[in-house]
Design a protein around this ligand. Structure first.
Ligand SMILES: Cc1ncc(COP(=O)(O)O)c(C=O)c1O
Length: 321
């Protein structure tokens, strides 16, 4: 008798039909080196998706829904305002589905983002900043970029994605990210934390986890001085946490899903970002570091049981900052 052949011992034959199939099902990672306790800090490795961020999920969901109900015709252009990540997710989905993509972006976002989008075939239109600075994009900057996108969509007869108002973003996280976390953590989730851009990640996951356990503590992460979700006046709209903390409550916000808001400073974010890279081998972006900073602070605060599990999200790769 021959021992089992390589063919018999190789994994089951599976072919992923397109890059759309690389979106979702990210690992849930233990950050035991930078947070040895109390409790356990777990993070969803969203930077591993083909566009490099958590936004791939919303991008795929919005485009597939629009194609399904006829708002997006085959081959028609797609237009969106982005801080970079939604654009990358859309660029991946547009390439796989056969749509040209035009994105508007505040010039305050890092130039690496524009280069990545162009490499993925997108046309990038940079919009001058209103009151922000390089690397610090404010709500007014984002509004200006969104207005430019709306104008371009009308001019080109394109589908305007409008991520802040599209219901499919929240739904994508309620149907994929949340259930993945619950299953990967084997139902042991005491707290969920995330920084908020459109709010799709925070809200969708919070809703899914609460459906399993209404006692899961859900905490929004906000930049110090820019905490509208905490009900505070915005005293400093400039901060490092690109893609989040725009100084206003996003349209889909649901107050009932937030138990508390935790503030983080730029200095804390820088420190945790460095620690994630050098002690965990995870070179991630600023919102990921903000989430980890807030989760570690919550676990240390005494508000949770000593053996609690806090789950957050590593939103994007650090390679494009
Ligand atoms: C780096 C980064 N982190 C976090 C977020 C927030 O995600 P959401 O829009 O789901 O709130 C974004 C959104 O663009 C982002 O670019």
């Amino acid at each position: 008798m021959h021992s089992s052949s390589p063919r018999q011992t190789s994994p089951a034959a599976t072919v992923t039909p397109s890059a759309l199939g690389l979106i979702g099902n990210t690992p849930l990672l233990a950050l035991d080196r930078i947070h040895p306790g109390p409790g356990r800090l777990l993070a969803k490795a969203e930077f591993m998706q083909p566009g490099g961020s958590v936004k791939d999920r919303a991008a795929r969901a919005i485009l597939l829904a629009a194609r399904e109900d006829g708002r997006l015709a085959p081959g028609a252009p797609v237009v969106e305002m982005t801080s970079g990540n939604m654009g990358a997710g859309l660029a991946v989905a547009c390439a796989a589905l056969g749509h040209p993509l035009v994105v508007t972006m505040s010039s305050g976002n890092s130039p690496q983002r524009a280069r990545m989008l162009e490499a993925l075939g997108a046309e990038v239109v940079l919009v001058p900043q209103v009151d922000g600075a390089a690397g610090q994009v404010t709500g007014a900057d984002v509004t200006a970029a969104a207005e430019a996108a709306r104008r371009l969509a009308a001019e080109r007869g394109g589908f305007y994605v409008d991520q802040f108002h599209a219901p499919e973003g929240v739904r994508a996280h309620a149907e994929t990210t949340g259930p993945e976390i619950w299953a990967q953590a084997a139902g042991r989730v005491d707290a969920w934390l995330a920084a908020v851009g459109t709010g799709a990640t925070f809200l969708g996951v919070a809703a899914a986890l609460r459906a399993h356990n209404p006692r899961v503590i859900c905490a929004a992460v906000e930049p110090e001085g820019c905490q509208p979700l905490a009900g505070l006046a915005v005293t400093n709209p400039r901060h490092l946490i690109q893609g989040t903390g725009y100084g206003s409550v996003p349209p889909h916000w649901s107050e009932g899903l937030m138990d508390l808001s935790l503030a983080v400073t730029d200095q804390e974010v820088e420190g945790w970002r460095r620690a994630l890279a050098t002690r965990e081998g995870l070179h991630v972006g600023y919102s990921a570091a903000a989430n980890v900073a807030a989760a570690a602070a919550l676990l240390r605060s005494g508000r949770l049981p000593a053996d609690a599990t806090a789950v957050t999200v590593l939103c994007d790769t650090g390679l494009k900052y």
